[in-house]
Design a protein. Structure first.
Length: 176
């Protein structure tokens, strides 16, 4: 299977909108930034989210973040947010990376592939160590993080905090 990681573009394919609608507003702590009440609102949101990657017009308390989409055989199967730095709030929940796989594509290794690609992008930004957080009961996400070299650092108030040293990325890339 051929995977491709693509950064958010403007305009974006309608397949991305369809994936965002399938994912819904979010779950397990992941907020679906692409979920909107209609296609025209989705199209208006894309340039705003694109600007966020450059730090343009960020809401108060937010940091620059870049959105990436994972395609498998030409179909978008998930997406992730790469935050360029952490705030005190992101140290508690959120971390550097948030990701989600569309429900019809889960349990096929896409989460592991997506996170692996996002770790590579984090390394390109000069981030040495990546924080990921997930709810304690989210076994799928925990497996994805551990498959990519994540080590549980803390369990606090039902949230797991994992750190991944980016020197571990190459070793984890071959696992799925």
């Amino acid at each position: 299977m051929a995977f491709e990681l693509r950064e958010l573009a403007v305009p974006e394919d309608k397949k991305i909108y369809e994936m965002a609608r399938e994912i819904g507003p979010g779950e397990n702590g992941f907020v679906n930034s692409l979920y909107t009440a209609g296609y025209s609102k989705f199209l208006n949101l894309l340039p705003v989210l694109r600007d966020y990657s450059s730090g343009i017009d960020l809401p108060p308390g937010h940091v620059p973040q870049t959105l990436y989409f994972l395609y498998a055989d030409g179909r978008p199967v998930g997406y992730g947010k790469l935050r360029h730095r952490l705030t005190d709030s992101l140290l508690v929940t959120g971390g550097h990376i948030g990701y989600c796989i569309r429900p019809t594509a889960r349990r096929r290794g896409y989460g592991t592939a997506l996170l692996s690609g996002l770790l590579g992008k984090a390394s390109e930004l000069g981030i040495d160590r990546v924080l990921l957080t997930c709810e304690e009961g989210n076994e799928g996400s925990r497996r994805v993080i551990e498959n990519n070299g994540g080590r549980l650092a803390e369990l606090d108030n039902r949230y797991c905090r994992y750190w991944i040293g980016l020197s571990n990325v190459q070793a984890a890339a071959g696992r799925d």
